[in-house]
Structures are given as C-alpha cells and as structure tokens.
Design a protein around this ligand. Structure first.
Ligand SMILES: [Zn+2]
Length: 355
C-alpha cells in the first residue's frame, strides 16, 4: 500500500515539474500520509427473557384487546439509541389463544407487536419454552414475528428458514453482525419432524461459527443456559463460553437463569453469563431485576473491536413497566417502590461484578 502511494506521489511531483516550465527539475518521491482506516460502528442492545405470565396477560387486556405497551414504554429511548435491539422470546405467540402462562406459555400476538413498536429488531427463539405448543406453536410464532417485521433465529419452522437464518446476519452502518442462538434443551418436549431448534452441540456450533465468520464482521452467540435462580455461572457455562471465544466469537450473551450473573472479560472476548429477566411476573428479589448489555462493535479497516456496558433494569410490579436505571433515577416513585428500585440497581451491579 505504502509503495503504491509513494509511486503515486512521485507521479504528481513529475507532473508538477512538467507544468512548471522548461527547466528540468529533479523529481523527489513524496510519500503521502497513510489515510486513516474507515471507522464504522454498530451499537447493539441485548435484553434478556421476555416472559408472559398470566397476570401480565390479564393486565394487558383492556377494552376487548391486548396492549403490552406499558412494558416497553420506559425502554423506548434506550432502544432508539441502538442500531440493533435483541431479546429472547420465552413464550410462543398466537392470534387466537387460548393464552397460557407457566408451564406452557402461549401469549397474544400483541406482545410482539408492542416489542416491534418499541424498537425490538431481533428475537431469539432457542429456549426451553419454544416447543410448548409443538410445531403449530413454532409456526404461529414465526408467522406473527414476520408480520411484525421482527427478525428471528434459533428455532426454525422449516429447512429453508434455517438456511436463511442460521446465522442471522444483520447489517447496520456498513457492519455485518452474525447472530447465533442455542438452548440447553426444550423441557423434554420432542422436537417434531420439520422443526429445528439449535441445541448446545459443540460440533454443530463450530460449523455454524465458521459460516458466521465468513458471512459477517463480528459474531455474537446468544445462549440459553445455566441454573435457574443461581446468581453464579456453572462449570458448563464456563466451558461453553471458553469454547465460543476460542472459536472467534467475541461476544457471548446468556439468558435463562431469571437472575443476573457475572460479566467476565478476557482477551478473547466478553461473556455476560445471564441478563436475567427482561420482563416477567417474578416478583422476588433478584428476579424482579435484570439488565441490558449495550455492545459497541467498531470496525476499523480489517480490525474489529468491541465494548460492553451494562444498564440495570427493574420491573415495576403494578404495570410490568421495565425501568432502566437511568430513567428510574428521574422518575417520581412512592417510597416503597423507590426502595425496591434502589435494591434492584444495587443487586444487578453486585451480580455483574461477582467473581
Ligand atoms: Zn428459559
């Protein structure tokens, strides 16, 4: 590169000399300064498990239809500030119901409509509840997400969809990001013929990563794993995280434990072991809080680097509004709510830093 530019500089110097008059001048190679590599940046916001327990569904029902807008209202500004917003859909969707909560989730399509309206771009479908209503549940869910304009990956209604979406490549600002999504299992429900759910299988994952790296500038793995309600990652999570980083996945995002687990950075990348719930009716301490991980991926020439920042969240019990720390600090709240909010903020920070 430098040689080419030096020659180009020499050519310009010669031309100037030729135009300058009849006296031949000695030409001196001019080395032009190396241009700065082009800098491109994409900001991705990762949210945790979108759950829909029946009290949430009942709360959303008003005037004959469902409206989950309250859940996303205070997240809007954060979502709008990101280029890509990602979350895990821990339920299936239906236009007609009947709707149900734990242990087999089926939620109104309005949940996805509210998420899309608030700015959610991608929903992860590899989780232990995606098979709750069998093949029909999966087909209805992806049909509704397609209708809402929400991209999805991790569980696939057919092989064509899997070929298109595994990995799911999203391009923003000239940076291509490949999303891979895996789950530890499907609550013992057999996956019917035709449907595919990405399980945690290192042979398959290694193949996926090769294709993802070829197709994108950066690869993110979003993994459903870990022990429910445990505030620490287990040995298996550590092994899978190490496997992913060693294969070139710099960002690993975890969900499923319903509580926040540590964020661990190494030279090979960063793992947020569990983001906790994004929204749920779980009201106990540690389960009523969660976090979003804000990941900036910067591409400069051929080099790609990334940073991860955590934003703690608290779910307000009376209307299931998800309140990020930066908004909650400025919101008027009764003393009892303020105490819960402050506790949640402290709990998340403590969990993230625990080693
Ligand atoms: Zn789960």
């Amino acid at each position: 590169m430098f040689v080419k530019r030096a020659i180009f500089g020499l050519a310009i110097a010669s031309m100037l000399a030729a135009c300058g008059g009849s006296t031949p001048r000695e030409t001196v190679p001019v080395a032009l300064p190396e241009p700065e590599p082009e800098r491109r940046c994409v900001k991705i916001l990762f949210a945790g498990d979108i759950m829909a327990h029946m009290p949430q569904v009942r709360y959303a029902f008003r005037n004959g239809s469902y409206d989950f807008g309250d859940t996303f209202e205070y997240m809007r500004a954060l979502f709008e500030g990101a280029d890509i917003v990602v979350a895990n859909l821990e339920t299936t969707l239906s236009d007609i119901g009947p709707y149900s909560g734990y242990p087999c989730f089926r939620s109104p399509a309005a949940l996805a409509e509210a998420a899309a309206e608030a700015g959610v771009d991608v929903l992860m479908l590899a989780n232990n509840h995606m098979m709750d209503y069998g093949a029909e549940g999966v087909r209805n869910t992806v049909r509704i997400l397609d209708r809402c304009g929400i991209a999805h990956t991790g569980t696939f209604a057919d092989s064509v969809s899997m070929a298109e979406r595994n990995p799911l490549v999203v391009e923003r600002n000239g940076v291509k990001v490949a999303f891979l999504n895996y789950t530890y299992g499907t609550n013992g429900i057999t996956v019917p013929y035709g449907i595919s759910v990405n399980g945690i299988d290192t042979v398959r994952m290694a193949e996926d990563i090769v294709r993802a790296r070829a197709a994108a500038d950066a690869v993110v793995a979003y993994v459903h794993w870990g022990d429910e309600y445990s505030r620490r990652e287990n040995m298996r999570q550590r092994q899978i995280s190490g496997f992913l980083h060693s294969h070139g996945v710099r960002t690993v995002i975890g969900t499923h434990p319903h509580v926040v687990q540590p964020v661990v950075r190494t030279l090979r990348g960063v793992t947020a072991y569990s983001l906790g719930n994004f929204v749920s009716n779980q009201r106990l301490r540690y389960r009523n809080s969660g976090m979003v991980a804000e990941v900036d991926i910067v591409k400069e020439g051929d080099a790609v680097h990334d940073t991860l920042r955590v934003v703690p969240l608290w779910v307000r019990g009376r209307d299931y509004a998800v309140i990020p720390g930066c908004v909650g600090d400025t919101l008027a709240m009764p003393e009892s709510e303020r105490a819960l909010f402050m506790q949640a903020m402290a709990d998340v920070r403590e969990s993230v830093a625990a080693r």
